[in-house]
Design a protein around this ligand. Structure first.
Ligand code: SF4
Length: 323
């Protein structure tokens, strides 16, 4: 009994009545739903195996689920047998990757989110007009690698306001900016503000690059964070938009934890909490939210309140290879 005492203690401090605030919107966005459906339809139409370059979306559960149905995830195009079907992930790729696929005579189905493709098009347009393009984003993120690849010699990646203070384009009169789609709104805007102030000729994209799903999920998590003792964000650690949700919640002064699923929640986080905010990144399946609510219900009675800041009805068409 003495050996079990610490565990029992953790358990008893974690139990109790609670309210769970569910942020809405949360979980899958239209680009992620489309990318998953593309792999499912490719499997249906062409049969297994269907190769997928990189994680189709940044979520471990999604990748495991599709692997079990015949999708084979590879890092690079040269791992795909000649002539096979390959799906390109939602984050987009460089034009060089498309060329590699062509050289291997692969049947390509493009899972790039249309909102990422839009940013690629902006980079091509600005670069063709002779401008240096500041790409506000994280240099090592796959989306940024892909976007930058549209005009590698003309794109300068700018991570944050400090980097924006230092960046030096060849011609300060010929500059433009674009953004990674999944950034924290406030920080990205602060970075753009520095660029605007330093380069009055700065050209901007016609429409915001941070996508509707990122924007809505950040507004929603901020709302629930204000009322919560703890915020739990479901998502994988390599998911940019999930990481940003935890950061946005933390800016409201609330402890926030990013977890892959309910199994990662530590009892010590729950001690003394009476109201827990829950959300999920755009690549995290809705089922994970249900599972987390169920797990929390096992620690005492819960009341669930859905706080939806806006309804989403965005839907993207599938590419013709699978529609
Ligand atoms: Fe597309 Fe935005 Fe979803 Fe990324 S988060 S896949 S850009 S809708």
């Amino acid at each position: 009994m003495r050996a079990a005492a610490p565990a029992l203690d953790r358990w008893s401090t974690a139990t109790g009545e609670r309210e769970i605030l569910l942020a809405g919107p949360r979980s899958f966005c239209a680009g992620v739903e489309r990318a998953i459906e593309i792999v499912e339809q490719a499997l249906h139409r062409y049969g297994a195996p269907v190769y997928v370059r990189r994680q189709i979306v940044h979520n471990t559960h999604v990748v495991h689920g599709l692997s079990g149905r015949g999708a084979v995830f590879v890092e690079e195009i040269d791992e795909v047998p000649e002539g096979a079907v390959v799906v390109l992930a939602a984050h987009g790729v460089t034009p060089e990757v498309r060329l590699q696929a062509q050289r291997r005579s692969l049947r390509v189905v493009d899972g790039t989110c249309p909102l990422v493709s839009k940013v690629h098009a902006e980079v091509r347009k600005f670069a063709a007009a002779g401008k240096t393009v500041f790409l506000i984003g994280h240099a090592d993120h796959e989306e940024v690698v892909g976007t930058r690849g549209e005009a590698p010699g003309d794109v300068l990646v700018v991570a944050d306001p400090e980097a924006a203070e230092r960046v030096t384009p060849p011609d300060p009169e010929q500059v433009a900016y674009v953004m990674q789609t999944t950034l924290a709104l406030a920080e990205a805007e602060a970075t753009a503000a520095v660029l605007r102030q330093r380069f009055p000729a700065l050209a901007a994209p016609r429409k915001d690059d941070i996508c509707y799903a990122t924007t809505n999920r950040q507004h929603a998590v901020r709302d629930i964070a204000r009322e919560s003792d703890l915020v739990l964000v479901l998502g994988s650690r390599n998911s940019s938009n999930s990481l940003r949700l935890a950061e946005v919640a933390a800016t409201e002064g609330v402890p926030a934890q990013l977890v892959e699923d309910a199994g990662e929640v530590e009892l010590s986080w729950l001690a003394g909490t009476r109201r827990i905010g829950v959300t999920a990144g755009a690549s995290a399946p809705p089922q994970l939210v249900h599972d987390l609510v169920d797990a929390l219900s096992g620690l005492g009675s819960v009341q669930v309140r859905d706080i939806t800041v806006t309804e989403e009805n965005v839907r993207f068409n599938l590419p013709r290879e699978v529609s």
